[in-house]
Design a protein around this ligand. Structure first.
Ligand SMILES: [Ca+2]
Length: 130
């Protein structure tokens, strides 16, 4: 009986956890879309060159890419709106390269590390330049 109850409670907790996570993800997605539509700073970082692999949306400062499981992974980035500075260390340590909506191959398309100071899988934080 106790074992069944424990299983039931664990199942409920897991279901609740899953529901809350889904709601948070949806909320974040809505906020990202609003930022893009309003012309606010908006970029998407990618693990691989030419905008593929793991993607991380940037609409505000990210202190440390480890929080996004993205540390030392950046290989390409699209800047849709605004200007950003990439740093080689967490907490905005050692500023390295500034990217904006007009740079890269054209119109904010940074297709590879060649456009990111030649440093592949290197950056650890990003700040919005306002
Ligand atoms: Ca990479």
């Amino acid at each position: 009986m106790l074992k069944k109850l424990t299983t039931l409670v664990l199942t409920l907790v897991f279901t609740l956890f899953t529901l809350v996570n889904a709601a948070n993800a949806q909320e974040q997605e809505s906020a990202d879309i609003a930022a893009l539509a309003n012309g606010e700073p908006f970029a998407i970082m990618f693990d691989n060159a030419n905008f593929s692999g793991q993607a991380v949306v940037v609409t505000s400062d990210i202190l440390c890419f480890t929080d996004e499981n993205f540390n030392d992974k950046l290989s390409s980035v699209i800047v849709q709106n605004g200007s950003f500075t990439l740093f080689s260390d967490c907490d905005f340590g050692n500023p390295s390269v500034t990217i904006d909506e007009k740079g890269g191959v054209n119109g904010g398309a940074y297709t590879s590390a060649d456009w990111l100071g030649g440093r592949n899988d290197y950056y650890s934080s990003i700040r919005v330049n306002r």
